[in-house]
Design a protein around this ligand. Structure first.
Ligand SMILES: [Cu+2]
Length: 222
């Protein structure tokens, strides 16, 4: 008694307290802090990655955004660069959401022109100054978003307009991750049900036959 009591009273409550501390503080605290730290780390990594990607290429040109060049004239945008749009009038540009682009043009005919990015409803998202005179230039630099639908000269919106097709979505990454996981959960649930339901049915039949036996037994007894 004398030996056991102090040991128990000392050991047991202190254990409980430790567990309580872990549950209250380390548990919740670690969870929240962990998640925040993860988000912070993920953000920092993404930022570092972007910086590294932008900075790692030697050429100064590579540090800049992906560059599209056009000749600007009233009849339409004349594609100059990159090669896939060269020589085309109002070429469709294929952009990637989250990537930075520069759209640059040189004024070919001297009329006033500018260049802007619009969504599918014609809302202007980014626009340059308007420049007049042959050889004058203007540009916009922007990060592509899914809503972007066309590049356009706001002075000549009917002729100087080309489609922008934006692949991928900046916010889509998270949704994309949660989408498959829900599908996976449903698939797993369906598979589990497929395996379990015959067993349940068998159990049901089994229990029913037992009840039946008992019932018969009772009936016989009466
Ligand atoms: Cu124009």
């Amino acid at each position: 008694m004398c030996l056991q009591w102090p040991v128990d009273s000392y050991g047991f409550p202190s254990n409980v307290r430790e567990i309580g501390m872990n549950g209250d503080f380390t548990g919740d605290g670690r969870d929240t802090v962990g998640r925040r730290a993860f988000l912070r780390t993920a953000g920092a990594t993404a930022a570092a990655g972007a910086t590294t990607m932008a900075g790692s290429d030697d050429a100064a040109a590579q540090e800049e955004a992906t560059r599209y060049e056009f000749g600007g004239e009233v009849p339409g945008w004349q594609g100059r660069a990159p090669p896939e749009i060269e020589g085309e009038t109002n070429p469709t540009v294929e952009l990637e959401a989250g990537t930075e682009y520069t759209f640059w043009f040189e004024n070919i005919d001297g009329a006033p022109h500018n260049i802007a990015m619009q969504d599918s409803e014609g809302n202007t998202l980014v626009e340059s100054e308007t420049v007049t005179g042959e050889g004058s230039t203007a540009s916009i630099t922007f990060t592509a978003t899914a809503e972007m639908a066309q590049y356009i000269c706001l002075v000549h919106p009917t002729t100087m307009v080309g489609d922008a097709e934006v692949a991928g979505e900046v916010e889509g990454g998270g949704e994309g991750e949660s989408g498959p996981s829900v599908e996976t959960l449903l698939l797993v649930a369906a598979l589990v049900m497929a395996f379990v339901s015959p067993v349940l049915f068998a159990l049901f039949l089994f229990s029913r036959s037992r009840e039946g036996d008992e019932g018969e037994g009772e009936l016989t007894t009466r």
